[in-house]
Design a protein around this ligand. Structure first.
Ligand code: GLC
Ligand code: GLC
Length: 811
């Protein structure tokens, strides 16, 4: 069942009922000021850091769900309603929500009054803009009341939700004209405030929640709306809000628009006040003046559209399959940008108060957006590398505000160092900017320890090469990609973190997955060495890689698939002798992507085992059989009920690894089958089962062992975005940036007769047209650049600014 449809021309998902299975959200903002907004106008805003600079409140586990946001109330006689349905839930005569690229438009109609609520964050400014257009479609004049309402957060979201003895006394506001200033803590150490404004003078306002809602009222039945209007309340402590009241007489056929904004303003210490207790509003007033008219609002919206059009123009495909095209051209790339901006901080599942930026997460996110904004990828790589320790290991997380490693989580996740190579390699292949390797980058954020980035990559490689266990496989440490496989943890106390309990370095537990990574990214590092003329180093690396590859094919091989690990007792994890958890997806994907066992046939066997044992109609589960009881020696993985998360859920992130692995073996039909099963546009029809947004990936879909098989969770912020983009653009469509050019080597379903791709690469545009006359899955018979044949399949780098036409004939 569907709850809307894709509008491909406008690049929107149009939701046609407010009662989606879960709130379906969008992200507004792409630099410093962000807003999450749902299809019923729920959500919240923050400046840079969702924990420390939260502008509006949100209660994640509220009942009903999603009751805080940017709501507009309409009072039409006795009828009180919201264009987005929430919070009054008054039934609407017509409703739609269009989530577009960086904007959302909600329209509701009731009793011949229609209200359109447009929202976006303008480029280069720290505010959310709203335009509310009210139209009277009745035959008679209407007397209406309109109220915008939002609840301020007292900046630190964690404190705001816990330290009530203090913060019920700190809230302060100023109301002046059509603006409400939220200035809690501004009198002391803060030099910033929030402002909510309108471009018209309201009839009245409220800034105290108690006054607008009533002590025992609710957002569904606000006192001021139901009874006699706003009371010009001034909040002193308790819960500061912004609410305004507008009374309007609307003739038949007439429309009126109201412009609102929510801004974040910083003032230098010396310019904080204009009079004792009166804040300096100059910057806020300048902001309001920038968006005071419909023309200004429209111009800002146009600028935003231009930004996104340009960003997504670097990769455009036309395959004749509209679902594929809309995923690749719009939604997958859009999600890649959002995950790059947000990392794993703020979504409807991530509270913004938990983790900072993950070392491995951010390195992988790079893979999906480096073609869109290489400059920001460059900066990100250098930031991440600065949190690496001198021995090559890394802080697992770092804080975006300080860019410093996070001591609470520390290090010891032994896959982390190799992801740095993955990110840097992707950047080099995309840009050819070798100068990044010469950039001087601190270790452990200590400038006195700075070394060129190349040295960081070297230490990443060396760390793995020198931390091998008794089977010749890399030691796992606290965990590898699978945060929940904690082989050195042994936690028995509730509340202990599985990620940091126990010694970080076990002398024994080894990971076959990291072995696969070492071969794959170790080879990438070796190519970099060769490119730099470091032949002897490259040869030494190759030796180290060959040894680990051999170990993976020997101790790492279970007979029909790759094992997962050896635990702290030296026992096999992910082998046929295991009672549960006999086969895991990760080592099959990573080892085959690395080409391990390709010649011996083990790679093909491993993928066959995945198909036989892990496939479901909704995607590939992480492991089988699911763990049914807690296993002290394995850690968090067995703490989840069967079918959820890492315990045999369909962890979307590693499904594209299988896509890439299948493509590595030339299996185009199977690669595309795996791709399609989790791709949102292809599963739109089962939205009532999947529940999360049909335009973005979720981290997890409940596996076949779960009672809710097929249900998505943790939508939006997941490494799935980057990896699926990689799997479709590079593995299936086969357009791969290489160190010295662009390779085109598709691996597609035999039934696909051809496609075209327009790809921006190092400043030139490549118009690629692929023909598949013989219906093969893999193989390039001929490749022409501007009509001339290119023998080795790699298109040499073209001069920036040029447009080249590339013809590829498969066969
Ligand atoms: C989460 C983490 C990621 C980890 C994955 C598997 O998505 O953000 O770092 O690799 O879970 O445990
Ligand atoms: C939990 C989650 C895992 C995530 C980790 C981050 O363990 O199951 O997906 O990577 O938290 O710390």
């Amino acid at each position: 069942m569907r709850y809307g449809y894709f509008d491909d021309v406008r690049r929107e998902y149009v939701i046609t009922t407010p009662q989606t299975p879960l709130p379906w959200i969008n992200y507004l903002g792409s630099q410093d000021f962000f807003t999450l907004v749902s299809n019923t106008a729920g959500g919240y805003s923050f400046y840079r850091d969702a924990r420390l600079r939260r502008l509006t409140r949100y209660r994640y586990n509220n009942c009903p769900l999603d009751s805080e946001g940017f709501h507009i109330y309409i009072k039409d006689g006795d009828c009180v309603w919201n264009p987005g349905w929430q919070p009054t839930q008054t039934a609407l005569d017509r409703y739609s929500c269009r989530h577009g690229l960086g904007y959302t438009v909600i329209e509701g109609e009731k009793n011949a009054v229609s209200v359109r609520q447009e929202m976006f964050v303008p480029q280069g400014d720290n505010c959310l803009l709203l335009r509310v257009t009210v139209s009277n479609q009745a035959d008679a004049a209407k007397s209406l009341r309109l109220f915008p309402y939002l609840e301020f957060c007292l900046w630190d979201a964690m404190d705001d939700g816990s330290n009530f003895q203090r913060n019920f006394s700190t809230g302060e506001v100023e109301a002046a004209g059509a603006a409400i200033y939220h200035k809690t803590e501004y009198r002391e150490r803060r030099d910033h405030y929030a402002v909510f404004w309108s471009n018209r003078e309201p009839a009245a306002f409220d800034t105290a929640r108690e006054s607008f809602i009533g002590v025992y009222g609710s957002p569904a039945r606000p006192r001021a709306v139901l009874e006699d209007g706003c009371a010009n309340s001034v909040a002193h402590g308790w819960q500061p809000i912004a609410a305004q009241q507008f009374d309007l007489e609307l003739q038949p056929g007439r429309s009126e628009s109201f412009l609102f904004g929510l801004g974040y303003i910083e003032n230098p210490q010396s310019e904080k006040w204009v009079a004792p207790g009166v804040i300096n509003k100059a910057r806020a007033e300048a902001m309001m003046a920038r968006y005071a008219t419909d023309a200004q609002f429209d111009a800002a919206m146009e600028m935003l559209a231009g930004f996104w059009a340009e960003l997504l123009s670097g990769f455009k495909v036309s395959t004749g399959d509209e679902k594929l095209d809309r995923m690749v051209n719009t939604w997958n790339q859009y999600q890649c940008m959002v995950t790059f901006n947000m990392s794993r901080s703020a979504s409807y599942f991530e509270s913004g108060m938990g983790r900072g930026m993950g070392f491995r997460d951010s390195c992988q996110d790079l893979l999906g957006f480096v073609h869109m904004i290489p400059e920001r990828a460059r900066e990100r790589i250098l930031d991440i590398a600065a949190t690496q320790f001198p021995d090559g290991s890394a802080y697992h997380q770092y804080q975006p505000l300080t860019k410093k490693g996070n001591l609470d989580v520390g290090s010891g996740f032994n896959d982390d160092p190799l992801w740095l190579i993955a990110g840097a390699d992707a950047y080099l292949r995309e840009t050819g900017d070798w100068s990044i390797l010469d950039e001087s980058v601190p270790f452990d954020n200590d400038a006195s320890l700075a070394q060129p980035l190349m040295e960081h990559l070297r230490r990443s490689f060396t760390y793995t090469a020198t931390h091998l266990g008794s089977h010749g496989l890399p030691l796992i440490g606290r965990a590898d990609w699978n945060d929940c496989l904690n082989l050195n943890c042994f936690s028995e106390r509730p509340g202990e973190s599985f990620q940091i309990t126990g010694p970080s370095e076990g002398p024994v537990a080894e990971s076959v997955f990291i072995a696969g990574m070492f071969v794959k990214y170790g080879r990438a590092y070796t190519d970099i060495c060769r490119h730099l003329g470091l032949t002897r180093e490259a040869e030494a690396c190759e030796k180290a890689i060959a040894a680990v590859e051999a170990a993976a094919l020997d101790a790492g091989w279970d007979g029909a698939w790759f094992r997962r690990a050896f635990d702290a007792y030296g026992n096999v994890v992910g082998g046929k002798e295991c009672e549960e958890g006999q086969i895991f997806i990760e080592p099959q994907g990573m080892c085959v992507m690395a080409g391990i066992g390709k010649e011996s046939g083990q790679a093909a066997k491993a993928l066959k085992s995945v198909e036989e044992r892990l496939d479901t109609k909704y995607g590939i589960v992480l492991l089988q059989p699911a763990y049914t009881r807690y296993r002290l020696e394995l850690g968090e993985i067995s703490s989840y009920p069967p079918g959820y998360k890492e315990n045999a859920g369909i962890f979307c992130h590693n499904n594209p690894w299988i896509v890439c692995a299948e493509a590595e073996l030339g299996h185009g039909d199977r690669a595309f089958q795996v791709y399609r099963r989790t791709a949102p546009a292809y599963i739109e029809e089962i939205s009532e089962i999947h529940r999360t947004e049909p335009y973005v990936y979720s981290q997890m879909i409940a596996g076949k062992d779960a009672p809710s098989f097929g249900e998505g969770k943790n939508s939006w912020l997941t490494g799935t975005a980057a990896w699926t983009f990689l799997s479709i653009s590079q593995a299936i469509l086969g357009v791969k940036p290489c160190l010295d050019g662009l390779r085109v080597d598709p691996c597609i379903p035999a039934s696909m007769k051809g496609f075209t791709v327009s790809r921006r690469f190092r400043g030139a545009v490549y118009q690629i047209s692929v023909e598949n006359p013989d219906g093969v899955q893999r193989g390039v018979k001929a490749l022409y650049v501007n009509g001339d044949p290119v023998p080795d399949g790699v298109i040499p780098v073209q001069s920036a600014g040029s447009t080249v036409s590339v013809r590829v004939v498969m066969g």
